[in-house]
Design a protein around this ligand. Structure first.
Ligand code: TYM
Length: 332
């Protein structure tokens, strides 16, 4: 590769991404390809920390792969692959796990949330999930990791693990920096705007899926929870409106002042409809491209096979050095 900085990021294969995934992370992945060397991954191994139907997981992973391409990731410019195709992630994860404290993992808020939600299956993979995430990043010695705000704690842990390894075995890993967008790093639920928008929300109106059709998107925005005020303006305490203004600003490129004057005296109904239409129009090309790509199974297969080969080659070099550093006997 050249001397550009290296970006790594991943997304769980939920089949279709939420507007939160899109705005907080994936939408930025395409444009970053021009400035950085980029490695992106569908993290199917992370997904099985909660129970998955195998048939659906396989389909969702393929759909997520195609959807990343439809959102602008170009497998000719980036390395785009499926995590379970590249064995180095699991290998490095073991070594990093031996350099991670039980206490550190116990403090992860996502673990606490998920173990409450899946109380009948608090498996050790759910607990060590952030170690595998650290391995994803460190297996490439990535400089920057574009994510939404909810992944910040995991990223701090990845830095701490890298730092500890460096202290024990001598400087080796780059300490990865989070790359969090200034606007849209936490898209909120449309029904409970103090909570993050998430696909696992039980209320389907809380969450926009980027493959939702135009009518569905508009209907969900029309039902968005706001407040008893009538003025469209960005202000503390107006969580619902602030969230809609953020979304509208991102899909139209208008700043908050322009949005406030556009909707001055017009009320929330008009505003919600405009946000719904703007989001649906913005996502239309993604849906069209996804439909086209997902039919071309042979092309997709070629892309993810080549992606995995490149990722393996790259990370293998790093893992071999890690094995030497920790004192494993050379195989050849
Ligand atoms: P995941 O699959 O939950 O989410 C993928 C990306 O979407 C962002 N995101 C959001 N951003 C703004 N508002 C929201 N409501 C919202 N919901 C999700 C997430 O911050 C994330 O950037 N553990 C990771 C996947 C992962 C990873 C990695 C990421 C595995 N290995 C290595 C970076 C580097 C996860 O579960 O993301």
């Amino acid at each position: 590769m050249n001397d550009k900085k290296l970006i790594f990021s991943g997304i769980q294969p939920t089949g279709t991404f939420t507007l939160g995934n899109y705005i907080g992370a994936v939408r930025n992945w395409g444009p970053l390809q021009d400035e950085y060397n980029c490695i992106y991954c569908v993290v199917d191994m992370h997904a099985i920390t909660v129970r998955q139907d195998p048939v659906k997981l396989r389909q969702n992973s393929l759909n997520s792969y195609a959807l990343l391409m439809a959102c602008g990731v170009d497998p000719q410019k980036s390395i785009l692959f499926i995590q379970s195709h590249v064995k180095t992630h699991a290998e490095l994860s073991w070594i990093l796990g031996c350099n991670t404290q039980f206490g550190e993992l116990s403090r992860m808020t996502q673990f606490k949330d998920k173990s409450q939600k899946h109380a009948d299956d608090v498996n050790s993979g759910l607990f060590t999930y952030p170690v595998l995430m650290a391995a994803d990043i460190l297996a490439y010695n990535a400089d920057l990791v574009p994510v939404g705000v909810d992944q910040k704690q995991h990223l701090e842990l990845a830095r701490n693990i890298a730092q500890r390894f460096n202290q024990r075995y001598g400087d080796f890993f780059t300490l990865p920096e989070p790359y969090i967008p200034e606007v849209g790093a936490k898209v909120m639920s449309l029904q409970e705007p103090t909570k993050k928008m998430s696909k696992s929300d039980e209320n389907p109106n809380a969450c926009i899926l980027i493959l939702d059709d135009k009518d569905t998107i508009i209907r969900k925005f029309k039902r968005a929870v706001t407040d008893s005020d009538t003025e469209v303006c960005y202000r503390e305490g107006k969580d619902g409106i602030n969230n809609l203004m953020t979304i509208y600003s991102i899909v139209t490129g208008k700043d908050f002042a322009a949005i406030e004057s556009e909707f001055a005296g017009r009320g929330y109904g008009d505003f919600k409809l405009a946000v719904g239409e703007a989001v649906a129009d913005h996502l239309e090309p993604v849906r069209t491209e996804f439909d086209r790509l997902s039919k071309d199974k042979a092309y997709l297969k070629q892309c993810y096979t080549e992606g995995a080969e490149k990722a393996l080659r790259y990370s293998q070099r790093i893992i071999s050095k890690v094995y030497r550093k920790v004192g494993f006997v050379d195989k050849t």
